[in-house]
Design a protein around this ligand. Structure first.
Ligand code: HSE
Length: 408
């Protein structure tokens, strides 16, 4: 089998290395030689994490996409374009496609699945969600009989690493983010991680597969962790709580509620023990009950291993049944249920009149004031009211961090 590799970043280099280092074992198992034939890069002379023989690298995608001898494309480059164009072209040219690019999958899932079906090839993306955790394959298999009612998880290694290090080692946000980048966890543009968009894409992909409806990412209410400060983590520590960036979706009747928000958990919660770059994905099926999948959520080897597991599914011819028709999703939005929240608002940079107006609201919610920093727990407030307060404060002047209390 001949492979064309698009992109030689963290995941691309990891996948190349696994194929090269495990060549003998793969050949022994499949009685077939696996060769990375060509690799698309932007710059031929850049220093890379892996050594590649001269002649394999090219800057011309058509040399790979139009090469009839290439059977499988590993599209391991980030961003929307040209990744979308290359994936479509590869599928239309009758090549199997494997990708770990969640942005392009979340935005084009139906399109890619339909193209793959037309060409009778695989479109697989295990590495796009949960890093090294095998979750896409079990979800696709389970949903055939086991109706999925809800999904919940910690789906970003970078933010979980940042939050763990801030909580346990009292490190500053920026220091830990730089460390997460050095370890190969963070996206090229880390705002995708810290503002929650990476998680938004992942929960949209999982929910689309689980409920058989294509869920647009813009329908996922999303908050990240950019505004968390030591004052917040100190508060959580004093109450024996931990903080996580959580994604959740649930289907009831014909409505889907879906959101991404920081959440606080106490030591009895199953997410409490998920530390550093580990992720967890839980889904609840009407036959299985809750199933938890835990493992490395980011990093070169775990994610590359997920990519190679897709490659093995193609070699095993286990991909045909994977193609799920997706309907257009109806009634998708954030939850409106009442929740308990932690809230911290900093009104120091507001004008006196703004301070007075917002302070009255915040004191009425029961927050304590310490030199124009308002902080505390709010019990039983509707999620929509909380979102309105947040948008009011942010529109006016204040910096804010909030986290939903997760129980169960
Ligand atoms: N930046 C992502 C994360 C990589 O930190 O989870 C894995 O999808």
């Amino acid at each position: 089998m001949k492979i064309g590799l698009l992109g030689l970043g963290t995941v691309g280099a990891g996948a190349y290395e696994i194929i090269e280092n495990q060549k003998g074992r793969l050949q022994e198992f499949y009685q077939e030689e696996l060769t990375v034939e060509r690799i698309l890069v932007r710059n031929l002379n850049k220093k890379r994490p892996v050594e590649v023989p001269d002649g394999k690298l090219t800057c011309d995608a058509d040399e790979i996409l139009n090469d009839p001898s290439i059977d499988v494309i590993l599209s391991l480059m980030g961003g929307m374009e040209p990744a979308k164009t290359y994936i479509l072209k590869a599928l239309q040219n009758g090549k199997h496609v494997i990708t770990s690019n969640k942005a392009v999958v979340a935005a084009n899932l139906s399109l890619f699945l339909n193209e793959a079906k037309k060409s009778n090839v695989a479109f697989l993306f295990e590495g796009a969600v949960g890093g090294g955790i095998p979750i896409i394959k079990p979800l696709k298999q389970q949903r055939r009989l086991n109706q999925i009612e809800a999904i919940e998880g910690i789906l970003n290694g970078t933010t979980n690493f940042i939050l763990t290090q801030m909580m346990e080692n009292k490190l500053e946000f920026d220091t830990v983010l730089a460390d997460a980048q050095a370890r190969g966890y963070a996206e090229a543009d880390p705002s995708a991680d810290i503002d929650g968009f990476d998680v938004q894409r992942k929960i949209a992909i999982l929910s689309s597969l689980a409920y058989g409806q294509e869920i647009p990412t813009e329908k996922v209410y999303t908050r990240g962790i950019r505004s968390i400060r030591g004052i917040d983590t100190d508060y959580f520590q004093s109450k024996n709580l931990d903080v996580k960036l959580v994604a959740s979706s649930a289907q009831q009747d014909d409505a889907i509620s879906i959101w991404v928000e920081p959440c606080i958990v106490d030591p009895s919660h199953r997410f409490y023990a998920i530390k550093n770059s580990d992720n967890v994905v839980s889904f609840i099926g009407h036959l299985s009950g809750r199933l938890d999948f835990v493992g490395a959520g980011a990093g070169m080897d775990p994610t590359a291993n997920a990519v190679i597991s897709d490659l093995m599914d193609i070699l095993d011819n286990h991909y045909q049944a994977d193609i799920i028709p997706l309907a257009i999703a109806k009634n998708v939005g954030p939850t409106h249920a009442s929740q308990d929240y932690y809230l911290r608002v900093d009104l120091l940079s507001c004008t006196k009149s703004e301070q007075a107006r917002l302070a009255e609201q915040l004191l009425n919610l029961g927050l304590a004031n310490n030199q124009e920093i308002y902080q505390g727990m709010i019990e039983g407030i509707e999620a929509s009211m909380m979102r309105a307060i947040v948008s009011d404060v942010e529109k006016e002047c204040g910096s804010i961090f909030y986290a939903r209390r997760l129980r169960g």
